[in-house]
Design a binder for this molecule. Structure first.
Ligand SMILES: Cc1cc2nc3c(=O)[nH]c(=O)nc-3n(C[C@H](O)[C@H](O)[C@H](O)COP(=O)(O)O)c2cc1C
Length: 210
C-alpha cells in the first residue's frame, strides 16, 4: 500500500557493504522518470557513482569547500575537521552508491524577463524534487535505504569541476543509497491542524480538524 511505503520510508545514513544490483537501480530511475514536471520538461539528470576512488575524490572536494565555510563561520579547525570527516568523508565514501542529482534548464520555457525566468527555475527545482521523492520511495520499496543530502548546493561549482560535468548540469543534491543497517525511528511530524487550513467565506482560515 502506497501510504504504508510513504510513512515507513526513513532517511537512512548507514549502510552495509552490499552492492546494489543494476536492475534494482534501473527500476528506481524508472520511478524518477515518471515523476510530474513543469511543461513535462523532465529537467532532472542523475549521475551514478559506484567507484570508491570517485566517491572519495568528490567527498574530498566538497569537504574542502565546507571546511572553508566553517572557518569563515568561526568554527575551530579541529572542530571543522571532525565535522567534515563524519558528515562528508565518511558518509559519502561509505555509501555503496551515490546519485548526484542535477537540474537542467535546457527544455524549460524561456522568457526575456527575470521574474518569469525565476518562476521557470523554481518550477525546474520543484520538478527535480518530485523525481527525487519517487527515487526515495522506490528505493524503500526495494528494501534499500537512501538519504537526500543537500551539500552540493553549497558548492555547485566544486562538484561540477571535480566530476567534469556538462555546463548545463546544475548539482542540486546527492542521494546516498545502499542496504540499511539497523532501524531508524521516525522524526516527529507536525499535526494536520498545524499545516492544513480550510478557507471559507464565513470563517476565513480555520485549521484542519480530523
Ligand atoms: C531538501 C532536503 C535536504 C536534505 N539534506 C540533508 C542533509 O544534507 N543531510 C542529511 O542527513 N539529511 C538531509 N535531509 C533529510 C532530512 O533530514 C529528513 O528527511 C528529515 O529529517 C525527516 O526524516 P525522514 O526522512 O527519516 O522522515 C534532507 C532532506 C531534504 C528534503
Amino acid at each position: 500500500m502506497l501510504y504504508g511505503v510513504i510513512k515507513s520510508r526513513r532517511s537512512v545514513r548507514t549502510y552495509d557493504g552490499r552492492e546494489v544490483p543494476r536492475d534494482v537501480l534501473s527500476r528506481i530511475f524508472e520511478a524518477a522518470r515518471w515523476a510530474p514536471s513543469a511543461h513535462n520538461a523532465q529537467p532532472w539528470r542523475f549521475i551514478v557513482i559506484y567507484e570508491r576512488d570517485v566517491k572519495r575524490m568528490l567527498a574530498r572536494a566538497m569537504a574542502d569547500a565546507w571546511f572553508e565555510d566553517l572557518r569563515r563561520d568561526g568554527v575551530s579547525d579541529q572542530e571543522a575537521l571532525k565535522i567534515i570527516e563524519e558528515e562528508s568523508m565518511r558518509r559519502f565514501t561509505e555509501s555503496p552508491v551515490l546519485i548526484v542529482v542535477g537540474l537542467t534548464m535546457r527544455d524549460m520555457d524561456k522568457y526575456p524577463d527575470e521574474r518569469r525566468m525565476r518562476a521557470e527555475y523554481t518550477m525546474a527545482i520543484q520538478s527535480v524534487a518530485a523525481a527525487v521523492q519517487n527515487i526515495l520511495l522506490a528505493a524503500h520499496l526495494e528494501g534499500l535505504g537512501a538519504c537526500w543530502v543537500c551539500a552540493p548546493l553549497f558548492c555547485q561549482e566544486v562538484v561540477k569541476k571535480t566530476l567534469k560535468l556538462p555546463e548545463e548540469f546544475e548539482p542540486q543534491a546527492i542521494l546516498t543509497l545502499g542496504y540499511p543497517v539497523g532501524e531508524c525511528s521516525p522524526p516527529p511530524r507536525k499535526t494536520l491542524s498545524e499545516i492544513v487550513w480550510v478557507l471559507t467565506s464565513e470563517e476565513g482560515l480555520t485549521s484542519w480538524k480530523i
